[in-house]
Design a protein around this ligand. Structure first.
Ligand code: B1M
Length: 213
């Protein structure tokens, strides 16, 4: 039964059918499938397939967008289940998708998992200019600045944001975490970030490690 549930969610997200994605997610939860299984075995693989079909010219930007909306409708049900409630706050994270980049699904997942790990999250949204990160650091005094980039071209914005933090004299007050599909450990090391993670679960673990260090 759970395989069938997961397949139905996968195809609902792939086809960009938001009501079906939500209904099938509810059915799967009622059938005892975990929120984590739905996220990692249906929703994320469906978005990967959307990306692949975009690459080979079988899907276009509007279809990516409606798939993202379908995933978001499933996330409406999964979000509260993935975030543990009542966790003691262990630090503050200022998070955003860097300048020029509008992708926010991955960032939102990362924030959700970090929130579940006990962090207060200050979400700056998408297309966040370097100066906006700087201002947020000055106002919020976070432990971590988390930057997400999904486009090869916007990895440059990570570099300019780190430069802006250095120029403002606040770089050493925070740990910097970077992530997103084009980001690697090698890139993180090269730009002088303190942490990198491949997915939302390991991002939350890394954030805890960074503030414990
Ligand atoms: Co875009 N897009 N897109 N897109 N899009 C990609 C990223 C792409 C790989 C598709 C492809 O060609 N296969 C490609 C980038 C190629 C490249 O540069 N290497 C691409 C492109 C080209 C574009 C446009 C340029 C298309 C165009 O207009 N011609 C355009 C750019 C707009 C802009 O940003 N300025 C564009 C637009 C869009 C939409 C707006 C239509 C939509 C985004 C909607 C939204 O986010 N609200 C969209 C989508 C949906 C995608 C794909 C299909 C899915 C992205 C996603 O949500 N994945 C994507 C293909 C793909 O990823 N397979 C694609 C699911 C999500 C859970 O994964 O975001 O990787 P991800 O996040 C993961 C990890 O990366 C990691 O953890 C997350 C959860 O596990 N992670 C971190 C992320 N941030 C982290 C931070 C951390 C640690 C880990 O620490 C701080």
């Amino acid at each position: 039964m759970s395989e069938q549930n997961l397949d139905a969610i996968y195809y609902a997200v792939l086809d960009g059918n938001a009501p079906m994605a939500r209904d099938e997610t509810q059915k799967a939860l009622d059938a005892g499938v975990t929120a984590e299984a739905i996220l990692y075995q249906a929703c994320i693989p469906a978005m990967d397939e959307v990306g692949y079909q975009f690459e080979i010219g079988e899907k276009f930007v509007p279809e990516m967008l409606i798939a993202a909306r379908a995933m978001d409708s499933a996330m409406g049900l999964l979000r509260p289940l993935l975030v543990e409630e009542g966790v003691q706050q262990i630090g503050t994270v200022v998070a955003g998708t860097v300048a020029g980049d509008l992708h926010d699904i991955g960032k939102n997942l990362v924030m959700m998992m970090m929130e579940g790990a006990g962090f207060k999250i200050v979400d700056l949204g998408t297309d966040v200019a370097p100066q906006k990160f700087v201002e947020a650091v000055k106002i919020e005094h976070p432990d971590i600045v988390a930057m997400s980039a999904l486009l090869t071209t916007t990895t440059r914005s990570i570099i300019s944001t780190i430069q802006a933090l250095e120029e403002a004299g606040v770089r050493d007050q925070v740990k910097i975490m970077v992530g997103g599909a084009p980001i690697t450990q090698e890139f993180a090391d090269k730009v002088g970030a303190d942490g990198f993670a491949v997915d939302a679960g390991s991002a939350a673990r890394k954030a805890r490690e960074l503030i414990a260090a």
